[in-house]
Design a protein around this ligand. Structure first.
Ligand SMILES: [Cu+2]
Length: 126
């Protein structure tokens, strides 16, 4: 009987994991941190609340950046360079709700190919 219970518990855990997320490529919060690996973002779907921050961190051997496809923001705005190396941080604050596709100018493009993602800034107070 004990073995049967253990088996059922295992099945439940598997089921819970299977329904638990989208594979870890999305993140949401007020202050999120996104590593920039070679050559992809740790998270490709980022949700922050209006007024929240996203910290883009260099985490590879290649230089990386994050630039809004529409041109409204860039890690260069706060870091001063498009070349963030390992450990370099750019903290961006987002006050304008909206949806912002973004990309790395070295490894992606504004069409969303390669190293690219989407940032959604949610209106506060919902
Ligand atoms: Cu890159």
């Amino acid at each position: 009987m004990r073995r049967l219970v253990g088996g059922l518990l295992g099945l439940l855990l598997i089921a819970a994991c299977g329904g638990g997320g989208d594979g870890g490529d999305s993140i949401s919060g007020d202050a999120v941190v996104v590593d920039m690996f070679d050559n992809r973002y740790e998270f490709t779907e980022i949700n922050v609340t209006e007024g929240g921050t996203v910290t883009f961190v260099g985490a590879g051997r290649n230089p990386h950046n994050a630039v809004a496809a529409g041109g409204s923001w860039s890690t260069e705005d706060v870091f001063g360079s498009l070349e963030q190396l390992e450990g370099d941080e750019a903290v961006l604050t987002f006050d304008e709700p909206g949806e912002y596709p973004f990309f790395c100018t070295f490894h992606g493009n504004a069409d969303g190919d390669g190293m690219a993602g989407t940032l959604v800034v949610e209106p506060a107070g919902e």
